[in-house]
Structure formats: C-alpha cells, structure tokens
Design a binder for this molecule. Sequence first.
Ligand SMILES: NC(=O)c1ccc[n+]([C@@H]2O[C@H](COP(=O)([O-])OP(=O)(O)OC[C@H]3O[C@@H](n4cnc5c(N)ncnc54)[C@H](O)[C@@H]3O)[C@@H](O)[C@H]2O)c1
Length: 290
Amino acid sequence: MMFVFKAAVVGAGVMGGEIAQVIAAADIPVILKDVDRRFVDTGLEKAREVTSNQAAKLVEKGKLTQEQSDAQVQRILSNITGATEYDGFGDVDFVIEAVPEKIEIKHEVFADLDAVTPGHAILASNTSGLSITEIADATQRPDNVVGFHFFWPASFMRLIEVIEGDETSPETTQAASTFAQQIKKLPIRAAECPGFVVNRILISTASEIWRYQDETGVPVQEIDDFIREQAQMAMGPFRVADMSGLDTVVKVARDMRDAYGDRFYVHRGMEERLERGELGAKSGKGFYEH
Ligand SMILES: NC(=O)c1ccc[n+]([C@@H]2O[C@H](COP(=O)([O-])OP(=O)(O)OC[C@H]3O[C@@H](n4cnc5c(N)ncnc54)[C@H](O)[C@@H]3O)[C@@H](O)[C@H]2O)c1
C-alpha cells in the first residue's frame, strides 16, 4: 500500500490552487507549479483565502481559539511551496495535473513529469473528460497514470472520480483511491468515457438549460434565480459556468457534443463571450461582472 509523503500540483488556476490547499490541509507537503510566478501567486493566494475562511468558521463555532486558528492557517500554508520549474519533483509520490483541457498541453506536461519524478510516482490528471489512455501515451509508465477528477470548488466538494485508462494498474487505482481518502475526499470509480459519470449527467442537464436560454432569450439571471430557488442550489448554472471558467466549460461541452452528438449542446451566448475574451470570474467578466 503506497502512502503519499509528498505531492505536487501542476497548474495553479481555478482548480490547482484549491487542490494544493486540500492536500496541505491533510498535512502533506505539496509543490504548486505553474509557468509564471504571477499564476503561482494567484494559486497561493486562493489557498490562503480558503484556509483562512475555514479557520475563521471554526472560531465562529467556538471549536478553535483565535490563536489556534492562526497557528492552523500558518501550519497548513507552510505545507505549500510555489514553483515555476520542476524543482523538488525528484521525491514526489503523487502528482495532480491541472493544466488547461487541451490534449497537446497535457502531453507536454506528462512527458515532463515522466522525466522529473521518481519511477514509482503516480501521475494523475484532473481532466474533465479527456482520455486517460491518450494522456498516458506521453509517458513510459502508463500503468502509473490515472484520472483524478475533482469538482469546483475543490476545497468544498467531496467527490473525486478515479478513472482507469487501458493500461492503469490495479495498484495505481487503489493508491489513488487511498490518497483521495487521505485528503478527506470521497473517491468513486468511473469508466473511461467522455465526461466520465458526473459531467456526462451535469452537462446533459446543462445542455437543455442552455438550449432553452438560446431559443427563448430569457435573461440568464432569471434562469439562475429560478434554479437556485427550485433546486435549492447555492448557485445557478450560468454563475457556476462563470466561476468554472467559460473557456473550460465550452471546451468540455464541445467535447461532449463531438463524442455523443446532438443530445449535447453548446450555449451560443457562452461561445460569443469566449470570442470576446470574457472567461468569467478569472477575467473579471462573463455572464456577470466579478
Ligand atoms: N474549472 C473547473 O470547474 C474544473 C473542474 C474540474 C476539472 N477541471 C479540469 O482541470 C483542469 C484545469 O482547469 P482550470 O479550470 O484550473 O484551468 P485554468 O485555465 O484556470 O488553469 C490552468 C493553469 O495551468 C497553467 N499551465 C498551462 N500550461 C502549464 C504547464 N506546462 N505547466 C504548468 N502550468 C501550466 C496555466 O498558466 C493556468 O494557470 C482542466 O483539465 C479542466 O478540465 C476544471
């Protein structure tokens, strides 16, 4: 049974910063790497914000004193090291890739990781729906490559889909599930198909909402409010898309339509915003101002 003593996260965007936070909160040292110091700092800031908010809630509930809470924040954040190169990857046990949802970028990163990490290290991808088998092609260790799919916001959502590629070994799948539990998440096994389980269902539902909005022109805010009320959800689907990043959502939706045909739909208003460079929260504007 493999125990993870040190981990790394590659890509410090919408997902990466919070994934590193989750690992650090389980008292496991983690490197957070991106290509530019600016992106690393944004990821570290996200981790700080989540950690502080969680600690503040514990103080509110009377479970920690302010002093204990400050110490907890400091301890958790000291587990995260930012990096723009692969320094420190020589002794990692588990890496989670969270770079943009494009197979060329995934291939580049997995080839790098294959070269810089020890042979036993598990290389996991947070892809929303790309083929794990295809991602693993870029490495000499496809048996150690696995899908490890978090949901936004990663610090809060408990589920992780663990996806086996054609060559993933049973030991790797087992180690990934164990690691998910080590970081206090709930692993579920998902088959390797576009969208796996959760996005296949979520994007299918979203498709109908998007189709309806495009066809009727009903304001997105009205739909968000309605669904929030009716389904008792924290956010409506258009705000969730803004928070997730419209570039990522459109890419995932297009992949689903390409794989399964017309029963999946890509929202035209979302594609138009993307063309104007409006990516949602990460660019400051999407369906909403941020
Ligand atoms: N956004 C979501 O809601 C969500 C949810 C689950 C899974 N995912 C998946 O997670 C992955 C990342 O998504 P995201 O929303 O965090 O994307 P993002 O665009 O917010 O962040 C990606 C980061 O990767 C960095 N990057 C690019 N090339 C790199 C390289 N070679 N080395 C290191 N860093 C590099 C970018 O600079 C950027 O900061 C995608 O595969 C996406 O499908 C996203």
